[in-house]
Design a protein around this ligand. Structure first.
Ligand code: SAM
Length: 297
């Protein structure tokens, strides 16, 4: 690794009392790289990972406070193009039978405003600009970011195998009165090749029929969001990530998350006995992830 990436040594406590005991943990199987995933991926070997499990920043919704952040592009097309390029490089690092599990949410056009108000409940939602309404859309239009991205990745060579609805039974209330409250995001399953590793038995779900113990996993997953007390504001739930990691890799397999955030993917990989490489641009979040991985939850 050259200077494009800084490796956070998960066992180097730097003399911090908090970590003195935690540093003795030996179960950590994550490598945490701090920098721009677009640069760091270029240095990774071909065919190394069994699966990628990740959630990129939303477009135009959150300010992660670091230059080079994805999600702050002025147009949705630029955002999609940035992600397509990044995932093209990530695909090179995947085994031929590897998969990509991509969690992504949608957003609405701004209706002409050029900034986003601070959200008292969710500090990270405040942006000092708000992207203009994409060409061809109207104020209040749902942008359809997940499907735009899914089709763009498909056109770039990924096999789009399924969309999964992540239904959030405990979703945030919204003050809207002219549409239903949004309670879902997408997880897309992509593969690098036509045939790929997918452990369907590892992720079976309980059957309604009492004569049948379990059945093939369905495409709607009911998973509560998990509040995370740290300062990171877009953490995906471990319960969601567990399904992806369990289906996309086997014991001792290798998982990549190029948008590591607070390290949820790493925590799950430690739990399930997978090796994990996480990349995070924001050094403060990387530190949060490091502490979280040492704590193991
Ligand atoms: C939606 S969050 C990921 C949250 C993560 N799944 C979790 O559970 O904590 C997206 C993350 O991508 C990071 N990010 C944005 N642009 C990046 C880039 N170019 N390279 C690497 N990370 C980036 C942001 O700092 C943010 O932490």
């Amino acid at each position: 690794m050259d200077e494009a990436a800084q490796v956070l040594d998960l066992f180097d406590t730097g003399g911090k009392t908090l970590d003195t005991q935690l540093a003795e943990r030996t179960t950590n199987r994550c490598e945490l790289l701090v920098g721009d995933a677009r640069q760091i991926l270029l240095q990774m070997p071909d065919g190394h990972f069994d699966c990628i499990v990740t959630s990129p920043p939303y477009w135009g919704l959150r300010d992660y406070g670091v230059p080079g952040q994805i999600g702050a592009e002025l147009t949705v097309d630029d955002y999609i193009a940035d992600l397509v390029r990044l995932f093209r490089e990530a695909r090179r690092t995947l085994a031929d039978d590897g998969t990509l599990w991509l969690n992504i949410g949608d957003s609405y056009t701004s209706g002409g405003r050029t900034w986003r108000d601070a959200d008292a409940k969710n500090k990270g939602r405040a942006m000092d600009y708000r992207a203009p309404t994409p060409e061809g859309l109207k104020p209040k239009d749902l942008i359809g970011v997940p499907w735009r991205l899914a089709f763009a990745l498909q056109a770039d060579g990924w096999y789009l195998r399924t969309d999964i609805i992540w239904n959030k039974p405990n979703c945030q209330p919204e003050s809207v009165k002219d549409r239903p409250t949004r309670a879902h995001e997408y997880v897309f399953l992509f593969s690098k090749s036509e045939k790929y590793c997918y452990d369907w038995q590892a992720i079976m779900e309980p059957a309604a029929d009492p004569n049948q113990k379990s059945k093939n996993r369905r495409t709607v997953w009911n998973v509560n969001t998990e509040p995370y007390p740290g300062s990171h504001f877009a953490v995906y739930p471990k319960a969601l990530v567990r399904i992806c990691v369990a289906a996309g890799s086997s014991k001792n397999g290798r998982v990549l998350d190029p948008f590591f955030g607070s390290g949820t993917t790493g925590v799950v990989c430690n739990e399930l006995g997978r090796d994990c490489v996480g990349i995070e641009l924001n050094a403060e979040y990387a530190e949060l992830a490091r502490e979280r991985l040492l704590r193991g939850r």
